[in-house]
Design a protein around this ligand. Structure first.
Ligand SMILES: Nc1ncnc2c1ncn2[C@@H]1O[C@H](COP(=O)(O)OP(=O)(O)OP(=O)(O)O)[C@@H](O)[C@H]1O
Ligand SMILES: [Mg+2]
Length: 239
């Protein structure tokens, strides 16, 4: 199977200037991820799960290490890529799903969901049709499709967020507790979509509040709690 991501000795911490101290989030994390593989990150609150995803997405800068991403344009170290290259990858190859929708004033739900397709040069009518399909699949009621998500409930915003984030298959998908605030129907739709993307080759790294939801998708687990990290010579758990 083709490798998508090679992470070597990834270390991230935060310098707390006001405390004149350094807080280690995680250190020396290494793993490889192949196409279609699903890696679950686990660990208690504050173990560094979100920070690891943000470091790979380059929202945060790493202290040291390498994250070699095998993009369609060649191998690129996500930790050192130029901002412009990273912006391109985020548009076309690397997705990040959080619990939060970034709604924009006066942009309708269906326009927001269709946006990744429009950027990928889909025509307006097909993009709109596909956006509606995914809004429907995640259980956003039809009366809201043309409304502005800024006023939606938390769960409704999250459904729009998922439809937008998962509408286009990506090579690598980073998922930070995407099921938080979802009802059972939307959770099932999300898991079905993740299974479909996985079988089409998307590699995923995810944090799930209820990992049972995705148990059948998980190939490997990395535990970021410090005790587990100290015993790293033990191979990753295979479930
Ligand atoms: N921007 C930041 N500046 C300083 N410290 C930060 C920053 N972001 C995260 N941290 C710290 O890094 C540690 C790891 O945080 P992180 O959000 O990655 O935890 P998590 O495993 O995702 O926890 P949770 O299960 O609560 O979501 C925490 O102690 C947190 O306070
Ligand atoms: Mg987190």
């Amino acid at each position: 199977m083709s490798v998508v991501l090679e992470v070597q000795s990834l270390t991230k911490g935060f310098t707390m200037h006001h405390l004149n101290s350094y807080l280690a989030a995680f250190s020396d994390v290494s793993f490889d991820l192949n196409a279609g593989e699903f890696l679950l990150l686990k660990g208690h609150n504050g173990a560094g799960k979100s920070t690891l995803l943000r470091t790979l997405y380059r929202t945060y800068l790493a202290q040291s290490g390498q994250a070699l991403f095998h993009s369609q344009h060649g191998v690129i170290d996500l930790l050192r890529a130029a901002d412009v290259d990273l912006a391109l990858l985020r548009r076309s190859e690397i997705g990040f799903v959080t619990q939060f929708l970034v709604a924009r004033p006066r942009v309708s739900a269906e326009a927001l969901v269709a946006e990744p397709l429009r950027r990928a040069a889909w025509d307006t009518a097909s993009a709109q049709q596909e956006a509606r399909h995914w809004l429907q699949a995640f259980g956003v009621k039809q009366s809201l499709w043309r409304a502005y998500p800024t006023t939606f409930s938390g769960g409704e915003q999250q459904k729009v967020n998922l439809a937008r984030a998962l509408i286009l298959p990506q090579k690598l998908l980073l998922l930070d507790e995407p099921t938080a605030s979802l009802d059972a129907g939307a959770r099932a739709a999300l898991v079905a979509r993740l299974a479909e993307l996985k079988s089409n080759g998307t590699a995923m790294i995810g944090v799930f509040h209820h990992p049972d939801d995705v148990a059948h998708l998980i190939d490997r687990v990395i535990d970021l709690t410090p005790e587990a990290q100290q015993n790293k010579e033990v191979p990753d758990v295979v479930v």
